[in-house]
Design a protein around this ligand. Structure first.
Ligand code: ZN
Length: 232
């Protein structure tokens, strides 16, 4: 009897300490949704997996606060002041942005941990804020990658660069291929073209004639000149 009663509290203590050992470290290291406000901008960051790498989370947040305020200032001062980033455990693409909300695939960040400028590309979509049917999709993505090329903080380590021109490229190829074309226009035809294209799409004044108005050349002629100047 005595033995029996003596054992009870010991077992209880043991059980409690086992629970503490098992669960407290998890609770301490789990990533909680974070809300950070800096320089008038608020970021809500939520990694769905509580075990998402804390250092990686900090790097992504830092890219946001480094580049979003700059892009707002340089392209669209009326951009949203509050942005959401979710690290999604089930999304099987890379990332997307819609209405101030950015979704990044956790699987992508695990595969490409240095690709933190995915944030730079996606926040530019928030800055763009183009109304529906405001311009060609290749240009929307071309501008976002041009911006990543110009403002990215880790492109080299992320093994991200603008690819050399190839025969099967076209300005409509989108993303980095279009970005390289835009960079060539900036450097060789008319500086400031990207900012004007961006503003025109936001104001819904983009027309195919804008290329001639801005650079003195039609879009297809610009591409031909770009190809001629960049052939190996
Ligand atoms: Zn994009």
């Amino acid at each position: 009897m005595l033995h029996y009663f003596n054992h009870q509290p010991v077992l209880r203590i043991l059980n409690l300490s086992m629970l503490l050992v098992l669960f407290i470290p998890v609770a301490l290291h789990a990533q909680q949704p974070q809300t950070i406000t800096k320089k008038g901008y608020t970021l809500h960051f939520h990694a769905q997996n509580p075990d998402f790498d804390a250092a990686q989370q900090k790097r992504l947040i830092d890219v946001f606060f480094t580049n979003y305020p700059k892009l707002v200032k340089d392209f669209n001062p009326n951009s949203l002041k509050e942005v959401y980033i979710t690290i999604d455990t089930t999304y099987d693409g890379v990332a997307y942005a819609h209405n101030g909300k950015i979704v990044i695939a956790q699987a992508w960040m695990e595969k490409m941990p240095e690709d933190i400028d995915v944030v730079t590309h996606e926040v530019m979509h928030i800055v763009q804020a183009y109304p529906a049917r405001s311009g060609p999709g290749w240009l929307v993505e071309g501008i976002a990658d041009y911006v990543r090329y110009k403002y990215g903080v880790n492109n080299e380590a992320g093994n991200w660069s603008l690819p050399a021109l190839k025969d099967d490229h076209h300005y409509k190829s989108s993303y980095r291929i279009s970005a390289r074309f835009l960079d060539w226009i900036e450097n060789n035809k008319k500086k400031g073209t990207v900012k004007k294209l961006d503003a025109a799409m936001r104001e819904k004044t983009y027309t195919p004639e804008i290329w001639t108005n801005l650079t003195g050349m039609e879009l297809d002629a610009l591409w031909d000149a770009y190809v001629a100047a960049n052939k190996a």
